[in-house]
Design a protein around this ligand. Sequence first.
Ligand code: NDP
Length: 250
Amino acid sequence: MDRFTDKVAVVTGAAQGIGAATALRLAVEGATVAVLDRNTPDDTLALIERAGGTARGYVCDVTDRSSVQAVFDKAASELGDPQILVNNAGITRDDLFFRLTEDDWNAVLAVNLTGAYHCAQVAQKFMVAQRYGKIVSLSSRSALGNRGQANYAAAKAGIQGLTATLAIELGRYNINVNAVAPGYIATAMTAATATRVGMSAEDHQKSVAEHTPLGRVGQPEEVAAVIAFLASDEASYVSGQTLYVNGGAR
Ligand code: NDP
């Protein structure tokens, strides 16, 4: 499939995990990909190069508006104006609410929600000018509520509201705006959660799998495939939606 030939895609938080899998998937299907992360995304670039794709890496902290603007401008001049944005950068700082610090509240909101606001607002200017765009943001199953994740749940529920609203405002410019809400995906983020609760990543995954209808946890590539669908013209009449990718868990 070559769904993204002649398209430029920006994927944030793409040095590893779901972002890396998404950058790879878009590149394999023909996109030129700007791989953004606060860390140098060399591993992702190497993966894409090995797969025969085209990508360039940019160090960018999505919480810093001027960094976001500068990197989008640089990527646009080097790769072309972006048609696709995947707001993937995210962090967790879990704790029970009664002891959740303001620092941890602010940090999680800043990356997961304000970061998406920064990138979407900068990206939409390029998209409106082209009368074409696709914005896909990472929500989470935790948006429905998850013990120890008041900050993260609020940010990921915020992504759903942001998505629904941008779809209304940007639809007239032929811009589709959607979100995916994964359940438990095997990445460094969930491995860190396992460590925090004193379990190995494997045992943690096994215990989650027992409560998941499909009987296993998800893989980054399975989320990337859904993001690619929403970023493609196959989803041309889908906008304002949040699609759960969670193995059937309620
Ligand atoms: P990872 O932690 O594996 O990857 C996230 C990447 O984003 C890391 O490279 C991280 O860098 C980077 N990042 C963090 N903060 C910033 C920032 N301020 N600016 C730019 N990049 C940043 O996470 P996942 O791949 O697991 O998750 C990707 C997205 O999917 C996140 O939004 C997450 O909330 C969401 N999600 C994940 C689920 C899962 O089960 N894994 C479930 C539901 C949603 P660093 O390593 O330095 O933090």
